[in-house]
Design a protein around this ligand. Sequence first.
Ligand code: DGT
Ligand code: CA
Ligand code: CA
Ligand code: ZN
Length: 574
Amino acid sequence: MDKNEIAKTLNEIADILEIQEENPFRIRAYRNAVRTLENLSLNLDKLVKEEKLTELDGIGKDLAEKISLLSKNKQVKEFSDLKKSIPKGMLEMLEVSGLGAKKIKVLYKELKITSKKELEKACKQGKIAKLKGFGKKTEDNILNSLGHIEAYSQKHLWFSAMQIAHPILEDLRALKEVLKADIAGSLRRKKETVGDIDFVASSTSPKEIMSWFTSQSFVEKISVKGDTKSSVRLKGGFQADLRIVPPEQYGFVLHHSTGSKQHNIRLRQIAKDRDWKLSEWGLEKGSKPVITKKEPSEEDLYQAFNMQFIPPELREDTGEIEIAQKKKLPNLITGEDLQGTFHVHTNASDGKNSLEEMIEAAEDYRWKYIGISDHSKSSTQANGLDEKRLLDQVTQIKKINASNKYKIHVFSGIECDILTDGSLDFEDSILKQLDFVIVSIHRAFKQDRATTTKRLIKAIENPYTTMVGHLTGRLLLKRESYALDVEKVIDAAIANKKIIEINGQPQRLDIDWRHLKQAKERGLLTSINPDAHSIDGLKYVLTGINIARKGWLEKEDVFNTLDLNKIKGRLKKA
Ligand code: DGT
Ligand code: CA
Ligand code: CA
Ligand code: ZN
């Protein structure tokens, strides 16, 4: 532990002692030690080694021993026993602004409150306001603070975080003091959800940049402000970190802050095996830099290890380091590889735009084809098409293709509901008049795992099925997947030569990227689809591309990278 972590631990111990009404002198001794550590300008590890801790203000023999143990990452039994002696929820209540150990003690004595949840309930029932020493104002403040804690501990969709982060990055890059700036962390790794937004920048005048960053109108509250590192709360519940370093260090800090933590740990281990030391400060052998360039980049870093450059989205410690050593990383798919897309809704069901508006917008992407698939009749909530309305749309699309009004070819399809028993929402005689069929589950999410798995496999086995839509039905941060044996369904799709889509909607990103690497090796073909419900929604092919890349996919693994003729051929056979 470093000195700040030790100070935090001692403070927590003082809180526990206070809640337990321990000897006030002992409590004060801990608080004094915390202050001493926080203001310490000497190297703590050195003091420990030279056994000089007792020379510090307020640190006696007993505390010196404990601090020394903590600094070596060893357990202090007395502390672990103390932590066990009190419900964890009571300690978490210390995060609530305005609540100290004394008040928490009163809450326990008077109302038996031992967690934030119970605290919230008591506030809402007006019980806190009636307590001596609390009052209505305190009660309101507690509720307010609880709301904040909830909002800022939440994860966010990748897409929403990027919408906030991108303009800030642009502004940062435009500052004259900024030499380089990037987004790092899980957002750069294109994780489907992210905790916070991490920025890194290189500069020789960090102070000016920090003043700019912390005084912007998007900042709601400054959590930590330092010359080279700050943390702020942004409007809308986001938390953002900015780290500024000199140009020599930039490549190393960008790499470190991009993570993942697991990837960093593996690379550090490999450095260690070579007697090197890798950290956010640099790559060294002894005290000499391994890379002689003045301003090493991330590329230089991987090259020093004799590895291929590992794209951020692959840095999840799923074997990328070994493969990069063998120089066998995949040639990841990009947005340019897409020749068209499927799974596009119109205002015939629950989309916002008309068929022709969607076709026109798709032409702006310079795609060669687009597959229209509105909802089927059982999806009454989505104004699903019945047989007649569907066949009218087929006729309309035929006319559009024949008219040569657009350069893009339009395929007519359906997003067909999979009924509870695995049969499809339309008879074969209807399905066979379409170019393609996407099968999706939109109801009966509560069936057990075996039943849902069988249900999906039965739908896959229907000869008219082309691909599976949003495989697991999850809505990120909102609704879990239905119980499903994903691997079994993937195998059934492969065996039946059916596609599983990568649904690019930011809250779906379904099938999950964690399945893709393995599935591709077994022969799964995917299609990157926007599930667009408006012109604007077509852009979700790009979030889909992110996930395909995160799942190690190459052009060959994705159906809609094929040219129009090949697609026509494939759809005819199906
Ligand atoms: P998030 O924000 O929870 O979605 O995930 P990340 O990966 O962005 O995590 P964050 O923001 O806590 O830290 C950014 C990066 O900093 C992380 O990906 C790797 C690096 N990092 C953070 N803590 C550690 C650590 O304890 N050890 C190592 N080796 N790297 C760390
Ligand atoms: Ca982060
Ligand atoms: Ca962070
Ligand atoms: Zn759907």
